[in-house]
Ligand binder design. Structure first.
Ligand SMILES: [Zn+2]
Length: 324
């Protein structure tokens, strides 16, 4: 980091990585209230925050880090998509800042309002779910399952702790297609990619520095979450990004990566599609697909994680609905 910039206090929620002068990735820690990754982009006169984690506590550390690193408050707060771990921290940013998302994502974010109000007035279901996981951890001996459980327990503990003061702040500015932000240090493009990982996914690109914050279109070193995706569009978007001029990709989950990580993710989606296509044509079930051994690294990544089941069901639904 440049000498004139103070190092922000260490956060228990994320690790900061300077990608290039004035552009930082905040990579979430495994057992924290962050869940998703975030970004800090200094345009020169103004600052953009890309995603705000799942809890205001984690987002508060991001706000502090951003002000340390750039010397100014954020002007724009971008939410890459509607999933809670990318925008539930919005409230910590100054009221004068503007929260931006795609029009499609904003519509879906709106649907969380009632859900969160219900959880606030009666969190017993969440408390019970958390207690089940804590009980399970006490007797679990498989290291992979323990790792997944610990991360989930930390997530729900943080969420429950933040719930009484959680005030969902919805986007104030919506866009379709693309917005360009011009600054003296760099220009940034915000692009609505359509339904890829989820409806209304947007990515933030910095063409002059060959890098892109791709939100949850990127899951690196772990299985993706596919419940709301369009697998076909995801594969074609990954190809598009692979063939672009970008060389550094900051994913929504996992470490900063490159084209190789996009390829691995694409490979997983294609393997899953093949397994499910074969299962459908021979009249087999979700359980049949789950009994197949995946090649590495996917076998290790799926160990102890509920994602393979979620993704298989989503792929079944997608292929059954698009068959004819
Ligand atoms: Zn997501």
């Amino acid at each position: 980091m440049p000498d004139n910039i103070k190092t922000p206090p260490e956060s228990m929620h994320f690790t900061l990585q300077e990608i290039t002068a004035g552009v930082f990735a905040a990579i979430s820690k495994a057992e924290s209230g962050a869940m998703g990754n975030a970004g800090i982009i200094d345009l020169g006169e103004r600052v953009i925050i890309f995603d705000t984690f799942e809890t205001p506590t984690a987002a508060e550390d991001l706000r502090i880090a951003s002000e340390y690193l750039t010397g100014k408050p954020a002007t724009w707060v971008v939410n890459s998509h509607s999933h809670s771990d990318h925008w539930f921290g919005n409230q910590v940013f100054l009221q004068g800042s503007i929260v931006i998302s795609s029009q499609t994502a904003a519509k879906l974010m709106n649907e969380y309002i009632g859900e969160v109000e219900e959880e606030k007035s009666d969190p017993s279901e969440l408390v019970e779910f958390l207690q089940d996981q804590i009980n399970q951890l006490e007797t679990e001996t498989d290291q992979n399952i323990r790792r997944v459980l610990k991360s989930s327990i930390a997530r729900w503990e943080s969420y429950l702790k933040s719930l009484p003061n959680l005030k969902l702040r919805l986007p104030e500015q919506l866009f379709n297609k693309k917005i360009v932000f011009h600054g003296s240090e760099r220009c940034v493009e915000l692009i609505d990619m359509g339904t890829v990982h989820s409806p209304g996914d947007c990515i933030l690109t910095i063409p002059s520095e060959d890098l892109a914050f791709i939100g949850d279109i990127g899951f690196f070193h772990q299985l993706p979450f596919m419940a709301d995706c369009d697998p076909q569009k995801w594969v074609s978007t990954l190809s598009e990004l692979k063939n672009s001029n970008f060389v550094v990709f900051i994913p929504g989950h996992g470490p900063v990566g490159n084209v190789k990580d996009l390829e691995t993710l694409e490979e997983y989606i294609l393997i899953l599609r093949k397994l499910v296509t074969d299962a459908i044509s021979s009249g087999e079930s979700v359980e049949y697909v789950l009994s197949n051994q995946l090649p590495e690294p996917f076998r290790t990544w799926s160990n102890g994680s509920p994602r393979m089941e979620v993704n298989t069901k989503a792929m079944f639904e997608y292929l059954t609905n698009t068959e004819d």
